[in-house]
Design a protein around this ligand. Sequence first.
Ligand SMILES: [Zn+2]
Length: 323
Amino acid sequence: MTAADFPALDALPGERRTDLAPGLSVVPLKSPTLPPATRTNAWLLGQRDVVVVDPASPWDAPRQAFLDALEGRRVQAIFLTHHHVDHVSGAAWLAEQTGAPVLAHAETADRIELPVARLLDEGDVVQTDAGDWRCLHTPGHAPGHLCLWRAPLPGEARGELVAGDMVAGEGTILLDPPEGHLQTYLDSLERLLGLGPSRLLPAHGPALPDGPARLQAYIAHRHARTDQVQAALAAADDASSHDLASVVYPDLPAAFLPIAARQILVHLVWLRERGLVGVVGLDVGVDGAQVRPAAPVSDPRLRWRPSPPPPPGAPGHGDLAGR
Ligand SMILES: [Zn+2]
């Protein structure tokens, strides 16, 4: 990944370091992320020797601003929460600048081009000069997604969580099937909720106080969205994820409908896994095929409809198209 893959930036962004606590700072860096977010937070864990989480800018000016914001801190490691382009686009550059090793989950390492020096998984510890952070494997948004958990210090009621793309302080979390998977994501959110973090430190937007309330709201929001998709499909007889996107997100500019349709799809897949909806075939006219049973469930051309309730006593029911 090089800067040439992204449009040039006209204005110099005002990247600055904010210190939240001893050993915890953040520099939001202009990144190729989805609007309304424009930056990805590079979290700095540690005081003099820092672990940098998700240095994501592919552009020279934000990168230089980041180096300036370090003010002499030594980069001891580069930690990647997951493989998405708006999280890793400055990692190779920063590794080259500082000689620091890149740390990531194996599922992340498999999906990026830069060398990962140390593979991390559930329970592994990232040490800093301001305390230890423990890796939590939290798939659902991305297969190799890792959060970092700092357990409560003496005198503290609750710990803190570097949350990556599990939650967002700005914008929403995109679940793109098949790698994005709703139940897996919900399970990960429930798990984080169980830790009761005081504060969530997301990859986009400001730190979120009252972690448990935020996590509960995220879980409730996803269930409400599933209900909405199910109701829209029931009213439509049969529909594609694009059709449903324009119903569920009526005010969305047309340019965002393809992304919205991916969000609808992740809910359709969740409903399908429970036998509540089925695939009736492909959108007619796209490639001439009305039914292609082998199409992956993430194919945006699939048309969907509600599954009929099973007859009393039936052991269950599958998709209408027999997939
Ligand atoms: Zn992401």
